[in-house]
Structures are given as C-alpha cells and as structure tokens.
Design a protein. Sequence first.
Length: 292
Amino acid sequence: MSPSGRPWPLSLMFLLGMGMASERINCPSRCSCQYLEVNCTGQQLQEFPVAIPLDTRQLTLAANNVSYLPAVELSFLADLVYLDCRKNLLGDDLDFTFIGVAKLVYLDLSFNNLTQVTFSTFSHLLSLVVLKMSDNPNLVTIEKDAFANNTWLRHLDVSRTGLTFLDTSTVRDLPNLRFLGLSDNLWHCNCSFLDFITWMTESNVHFPDADNITCYTPEGLHALKMPAVEAQLHFNCLTQLYKRDYIFLCLIGFCIFFAGTVAAWLAGICAVIYKVHTSKGEEGRGEAEEDT
C-alpha cells in the first residue's frame, strides 16, 4: 500500500521487487550488504570475495583466512574509502596492491603476516588518514620513504611488530601525523636510533601506551622507556669509542708515524748530502792552497 492508502501500481511493485532481488544477487556469498557497505566478518573466507557491488564505500573482511588481495578486483571498487582486513593471513609483498583505490581513507592491516613496507606499498593512497599495521610480528622493515606520498596520514600504528629501527624522516615528514603507536616492539637503542628518540621527545605527536615503548637491546638498556633513555644514549654516543673508531684512530696514528718517519729519512738524506758537499768543498780549497 502507498502512503495515501491506495495499492501500489503493479509495474512499480515489479520494479521494486527487481531492485531488491538485484541487491540480494549482488551481495557476495556469506556476506551481509547494506547501502554502500559490505561486511564479511568471520566467514572463514579463503579468498577475496567476488561480486562485490562496484559502488561499495566500506568493505570489512576482518577475521577470515584471506592471504592475498587481488589488485585488479580491488581496482573495480574505485569509490572505496574504508577497508578493514584485520585478522587475516596477508603477508609478503603488497606492493601496488592498492593502486586502484586512491580514495581510501581508512586501512586496517593489523593481525596479519606483513613482512615489509616499501614506497610502492601505499604510494597511491594519497587520501589515507588512518593506517593500522599493529600485531604483525614478521614486519621487520619499513623503508625510509614508505609514507612519502601519504601526507594526510594522521593515525599510524605499528605496535607489536618485529621492528627494531625506524628512520626519523619516515614519520617526521608527515605534517598531519598526530597519533603514532610504537609499543612492544624490539627497538634497538643504539647511537643510530638516538635521532628518532630525540624526535619523540620534541614532537607534538601522541604516543599511546607510552609505558611500553621501551628498548629491547642492547642488554644494558633493556626495558628502559624510550624517551628516558635519551640522556644515557647522548652520554654513551659522545664518550664511547666503537671498533670502527679505534680502527680510524689507528689509521691516523699510522699515517702520522709514517709521515714522521719519511720526513726524518728525507731530513737525514739532506743532511748527509749537505755534509758530503761541504766536505768536498773543503777538500777542494785545501788542494788549491797546496798548489799555491
């Protein structure tokens, strides 16, 4: 019945029925669909679902067994702004995977098997604001320029991964960054990492769970909170000599010794030549006096 109490025209009822049927047909198997939203949470999916409506804005694939995101199928979802892939089996190489979803604003890749992040991983996501990669224990490398194109990035979480080092410029050059998760990683607090720790103390970025942002190595700094260790690292790095420093000093000493030896040798030769020359001159004068 229509709002006026009159029955709907048969043609309109047919179109409405076709539309509802079409909506049901376009929803992927074992997923639920609403307007512009597809939810496939916890369906034990082994592969990326097919038949996702092309106008989907929000796609949730959480808690499945998906190990691969096909770049071609993703590129069909050109209007996608929200993608939740947490608690899957994604790993290895994700380079160029997101090349066709440039409008993506939210991306959750936490609780997966990621191993590295390169420039090509997220370089096409120019609108990305939230990126979650926590709880990827095999994530050991984030390249220096990995987020060079993600200038809108505001929320970045790399907590509980296998990271031991993060170049300062990787996060310092993100003008809109306000939230950075770093807790429970295997940070190696050596002199190379001092610049990053100094940036942490001086930046306006919020570090959640700050009590668990600690040094893992070296042994002398184990379990010490990251910002608090800055003073000790300053002292160690300014006063402690490493193996390469001793090698450098030995080379300098050898060069000075060698230069001094050569100089002394040349001076000795010059002295001998001068002595021989003067003695010959004296002998010549003596012979001349005898002849007269």
